[in-house]
Design a protein around this ligand. Sequence first.
Ligand code: TXA
Ligand code: MG
Length: 330
Amino acid sequence: MTELLEETEAGIARAAALLRAGELVAFATETVYGLGADATNAQAVSAIFEAKGRPRFNPLICHYPDADTAFADGEADERAIRLARAFWPGPLTFVLKRRPNCPVALLASAGLDTLALRVPAHETALSLLRAVGRPVAAPSANRSGLVSPTTVAHVLDGLSGRIAAILVGGPCAVGVESTVLDLSGPNPVLLRPGGVTVEAIEAEIGAVGRPPPMSDTPIGLRSPGMMASHYAPSLPVRLEARTVSEEEALLAFGQPLAGAGTVFNLSEAGDLRQAASRLFEGLRWLDGEGQRLGLARIATMPIPHHGLGMAINDRLRRSAAPRDDIPSRG
Ligand code: TXA
Ligand code: MG
């Protein structure tokens, strides 16, 4: 049985107690729901991989209530401190060198000498993290390779009965995962576009290295979770659709293409922020409707490739990628 815990003091206390006891608890963040475990407990971390059906030990993001606790585990330089001031709490993850006394289980960082850390901008998540008093490792709370969850219903869909509890926290405002920025070397490298735009990061610290469009290597090795097929609905996905056929469900942006029967509009106004927050909801809905109606695939309209559009396009490309790389899905 998976307990549903309310966003109350008692609910948060119960969630914290379960996490401290080594159980798995999903919780809302501003990006997507995370599947949390005590990051210092290797057995609890390994249960994350098992519950998700994640076939490989990809490194996970550790969540902290504030920059002080985060930087006690990861070595922050001036760039990290500056970015943390600008964007934490918020959807930005740093990859930093692990400090020698860092208590995070090696499994959480897949044996790397670096650690991914972030402070989520979600009041209930922050209360939970303070109550746990330990870093909480949390990938998205979905079965491996499938669409990320932005509501409790999505989490239940994939993980009901496989995890101890869900701390209910409303729909996720940002809707795509955090931006992952590697600051462990001399040059900052964007490992995953996400909720904080690369333009905003560059305004703080100057040029940031970009990953190649579909990064299996070498970024795939630097950030092993960033493999091609991911976020995959059951129906195939066709990108950059300029026309739509009768056998397609349409993920629209702005004015929908003429002739589409089953449409989910990410943002009629063409607003990228709104589109990001509705992306995973839209993919799930179209997948369900499309299957119910016997449609052949999901067609997606072009999204401008700037700001949050970069994160949206990254997720869409992965949802459309060939699905033969299952061992690398996260
Ligand atoms: O918004 C988010 O970031 C969500 C919410 C729950 O916080 N979490 C999330 O975690 O997306 P996860 O574990 O699914 O994504 C972790 C990403 C992967 O691309 C992984 O490869 C990369 O961060 N990563 C983690 N640790 C790393 C490390 N030490 N070096 C390089 N990349 C790392
Ligand atoms: Mg994920």
